[in-house]
Design a protein around this ligand. Structure first.
Ligand code: FES
Length: 389
């Protein structure tokens, strides 16, 4: 196993599995669209470079490889001529949506000898958090999706506000940006969101691993700093004095607001955490913000932002006002568009890293180690995944 020692490694070659994952890590569930967008007509999706369509059939969402094996026409141009099937628009090859078996080749009659000899690849699909999730693997049986979702979202009622946005740039830049220690303090200094939130100029941190997540623990915070020969820089908010020097585990403003009981019960070691296959979790005292970076292909990803407020019944009402009135625009909108910009313009390594980039190195190490473990586990099942040299 490799160690992420600072100062910086010059490229990604120390992390061969990470470097090879330009189109994403296989063996995970990925959110691709809102459930409400999937009906009785096929919808095309690109995920980890794979061309897929999804369609709703008798309540369940099914997923299948989009390329018709006959002449390569997208099956997403076809439709459901018979319940539980999709018929290709060109010559009417008709596939069972659940098994992928070719059930009929309409234009070759009911006894077409090709039937039973062709199976179209299918995908495991689930619906959670109002979204459709697809598993992309290497032929293994997928782990239950609930084992991959953030634990607190599986076991607690929450009111959710989400955005799914197609964005340019490699998903790794998006994930690294999300967990990047320094950018929140500098790039986002001009975000409207920051009117409500003071930020230290810098702070010391340590990264702690717990389960499948790594957490950034904020240690000492510095709200002002004197740069010799240059001048003073401050992260202080204009409307209030600086928060106390010590920090709580949740949030980084030193806020004295009461912490939501579900969030408090998680006892997160740090407020910013990341897990495979590229999920960021920022725990504030009263809600949690998640970002899922979904690889479309090498050059494009989906930004899926989810805001969860762990409330039930009438207590959910203020969330809608807060989310629709402010959060959706200030946080998922303007703040996040600053990130989008940086993901588009970040250049591939070589790179020269500095102290706050420990976040990046630890994330890469997590990805590398977890993937090594997955490859070993697949080998035990007799599934060989080629590893980069
Ligand atoms: Fe699909 Fe011919 S290309 S049936």
């Amino acid at each position: 196993k490799k160690e992420g020692n600072l100062p910086g490694r010059q490229d990604w070659s120390s992390w061969p599995l990470y470097q090879a994952a330009g189109a994403g890590f296989r063996g995970y569930w990925y959110p691709v669209m809102f459930s409400s967008k999937v009906g009785e007509r096929p919808v095309r999706v690109k995920l980890l470079g794979e061309d897929i369509f999804v369609i709703r059939d008798r309540g369940l969402v099914r997923g299948m490889a989009n390329r018709c094996p006959h002449r390569g026409v997208p099956l997403s141009y076809g439709n459901k001529q018979f319940p539980g099937t999709i018929s290709c628009v060109y010559h009417g090859w008709t596939f069972d949506l659940e098994t992928g078996d070719l059930k009929a080749a309409i234009t070759d009659g009911p006894k077409s000898p090709i039937c039973g000899k062709v199976t179209q690849p299918t995908y495991h699909v689930e619906e959670r958090l109002g979204m459709v999730w697809i598993f992309v693997g290497d032929g293994e049986e997928p782990h239950p999706i609930d084992e991959q979702l953030p634990e607190e979202l599986v076991s607690n009622a929450a009111v959710i506000g989400s955005r799914i946005m197609p964005r340019e740039g490699n998903w790794r830049f998006a994930c690294e940006n999300g967990y990047d220690e320094g950018h929140a303090k500098y790039l986002h200094r001009t975000a409207l969101w920051r009117l409500f939130k003071a930020m230290p100029v810098w702070n010391t941190t340590k990264i702690v691993k717990r389960g499948r997540w790594i957490y950034r623990v904020q240690l000492e915070q510095f709200w002002d700093a004197d740069f010799p020969g240059l001048g003073k820089w401050t992260g202080k908010a204009w409307y209030k004095s600086n928060p106390p020097k010590t920090t709580t585990n949740i949030g980084n403003t030193g806020s004295h607001r009461e912490v939501n009981e579900v969030i408090a019960a998680q006892n997160f070691p740090g407020f910013a955490s990341v897990s495979m296959p590229g999920v960021l979790r920022i725990a504030y005292p009263t809600f949690i913000h998640y970002e899922f970076y979904v690889p479309v292909d090498e050059d494009n990803h989906l930004y899926v932002g989810v805001m969860a407020d762990f409330q039930k019944g009438f207590k959910t009402i203020p969330f809608y006002f807060k989310y629709l009135g402010a959060v959706r625009w200030l946080f998922h909108g303007q703040f996040s568009s600053q990130d989008k910009w940086m993901v588009e313009v970040t250049d591939a390594p070589p790179e020269k890293l500095y102290r706050p980039d420990d976040s990046l190195l630890q994330w890469r190490k997590l990805a590398e180690d977890t993937t090594e473990d997955r490859i070993d586990a697949l080998a035990e099942q007799g599934i060989d995944v080629p590893t980069p040299n």
